[in-house]
Design a protein around this ligand. Structure first.
Ligand code: GDP
Ligand code: ZN
Length: 313
């Protein structure tokens, strides 16, 4: 029996990197079930597994999956309760954003942060394309950095084009399993290719289960970094979607709201209309930013759901 890391998953086959760094094609023996959720795939990249090598075929057989530290799922679009595990045991997520074109808006950032918080994955916000920022945009960036730093999120400015800030980012990625995410067009591929020129990222393989195109599934892949560690690039992790959460739970994933909400008069306060709400009081005192509160309300009322579904991110 050997232990390995799943670095690629195609649904029925898994590439497992073993202790001596060789990569073996493996299948699963038996059924793996996660508690509480139904998933369309039992294993994902980032999973640590035990496997045997079948002496007859030379192929690997996965016999056991180790407990996950965390995992990212995507709910199916068709609103069934099915979920698809995109990646497991992620150390960190890097959300690539830009204030140049196509501009990333706070509602998108906050939605991502809420999901990551729920998954217990730390996030770094990477402001890309800074070579294009005017003075106004630079000052907007510094304001946003102050806001998000204040809440506890690391922020960093880079330009994939000029290379500014790239070596720091590279240091953070070393020996970690990192997810790189962000809207289409913000510069993810350019950034990754600047970090790791040998990767020359191709677009992810996309397989359609149905000709209709209603149900497409992507298979994320972990790309090894030369200095150690992996990145999971994520055209596939489009809907770093908000996990199912109760209305009263959403504020728990806004750290600055979580810090005060135990002072709300009602234990089941939604911080929307209730009297004696500590979150609204903090908002009025300027301790919680209006844009964060707006994002919170958007999630609470879910009114931006459709808008987000149509976005390519
Ligand atoms: P992705 O969809 O997130 O992978 O974005 P791409 O890497 O394809 O980049 C989208 C466009 O933005 C391309 O035309 C890139 O050349 C450009 N781009 C990416 N990073 C930068 C940057 O730092 N500065 C400038 N000026 N352009 C950039
Ligand atoms: Zn409240």
């Amino acid at each position: 029996m050997k232990q390995g890391l799943v670095i690629k998953s195609t649904g029925s086959w898994y590439q497992v990197k073993g202790p001596d760094h060789q990569v073996l094609d493996c299948k699963i023996r038996g059924k793996f079930r996660l508690k509480g959720i139904t998933t369309t795939n039992p294993l994902a990249v980032g999973d640590h597994v035990d496997y045997d090598i079948d002496p007859k075929t030379g192929q690997g057989v996965i016999t056991h999956i180790h407990e996950r530290r965390n995992y990212i799922i995507r709910k199916s679009i068709n609103l069934s309760k099915q979920a698809h595990i995109l990646a497991a045991n992620v150390d960190e997520a890097f959300l690539i954003i830009t204030l140049a074109s196509p501009k990333t808006f706070p509602a998108f950032i906050d939605r991502f942060l809420v999901s990551a918080q729920a998954y217990r994955i730390p996030v770094t916000l990477i402001f890309n394309k800074t070579d294009l920022y005017t003075d106004d945009l630079l000052s907007e960036m510094h304001q946003l950095m102050a806001l998000y730093n204040g809440i506890g999120y690391r922020c960093h400015a880079v330009s994939a084009k000029t290379g500014q800030g790239i070596s720091t980012l590279k240091g953070w990625l070393t020996n970690k399993v990192s997810v790189i995410s962000g809207h289409s067009g913000v510069g993810k591929s350019t950034l990754i290719n600047t970090l790791e020129p040998h990767l020359q990222l191709k677009t992810l393989e996309i397989s359609s289960y149905h000709e209709s195109g209603k149900h497409t599934t992507t298979f994320p892949e972990m790309h090894p970094l030369t200095d150690g560690g992996y990145i999971i690039d994520t055209p596939g992790i489009k809907g770093f979607g908000v996990v199912d959460m109760d209305k009263t739970e959403i504020a728990h994933y806004f750290p600055e709201m979580f810090a005060v909400l135990q002072n709300c008069r009602f234990y089941n306060c939604t911080h929307h209309h209730e009297p004696g709400c500590a979150v609204k009081e903090a908002l009025e005192l300027g301790h919680i930013s209006p844009s964060r509160y707006r994002s919170y309300l958007g999630l609470l009322t879910n009114d931006d759901d459709e808008k987000y579904r149509q976005l390519d991110y």
